[in-house]
Design a protein around this ligand. Structure first.
Ligand SMILES: [Zn+2]
Length: 154
């Protein structure tokens, strides 16, 4: 009788443990995407970050709060919100930005994700993404390469 109760308590505790682990993993959501690798950034990215803060008219803060990831040798990658070439995610104090390898040095894509970080929003407020910085495919094409065909926003 006593050992039966103990076994039940142990099973209960174990299930509680599994449930807790499950929810911690769910809440943290801090796993990079499959195939993503940490990407060291250089002068070019810091110059682009400066440019984005300038055009957005925002303080140039938080450059080192971005963890950069690249998925090598891909044109795009699948996410819970669709196929993307770049993805910004808030991860506590930090941002995690993942870029498809083919776009790692694409000025528009990288700056677009930087602007998400500077604004700390997942959406695309037109004042910043369109009017001030032209960081959507459509506005970028119109301001830089008028003959380019338009694509969906990254
Ligand atoms: Zn975006």
């Amino acid at each position: 009788m006593l050992s039966n109760l103990s076994n039940r308590s142990l099973v209960g505790l174990f299930l509680l443990f599994l449930t807790t682990v499950f929810f911690i993993l769910l809440i943290r959501n801090d796993e990079p995407l499959r195939g993503a690798e940490r990407m060291p950034t250089g002068l070019l990215y810091s110059v682009w970050y400066h440019d984005v803060a300038q055009c957005a008219q925002l303080p140039e803060l938080g450059y080192y709060d971005i963890e950069w990831y690249v998925i090598p040798d891909v044109l795009s990658f699948k996410t819970s919100i669709g196929e993307k070439v770049g993805l910004w995610e808030r991860n506590g104090k930090y941002s995690r930005i993942t870029i498809a390898g083919a776009y790692a040095y694409d000025e528009m894509v990288v700056k677009h994700e930087m602007l998400h970080h500077l604004l700390n929003v997942g959406g695309h407020p037109p004042l910043y993404f369109e009017d001030r910085c032209q960081l959507t495919w459509k506005t970028w094409a119109a301001s830089h390469h008028p003959s380019m065909t338009t694509q969906e926003t990254p």
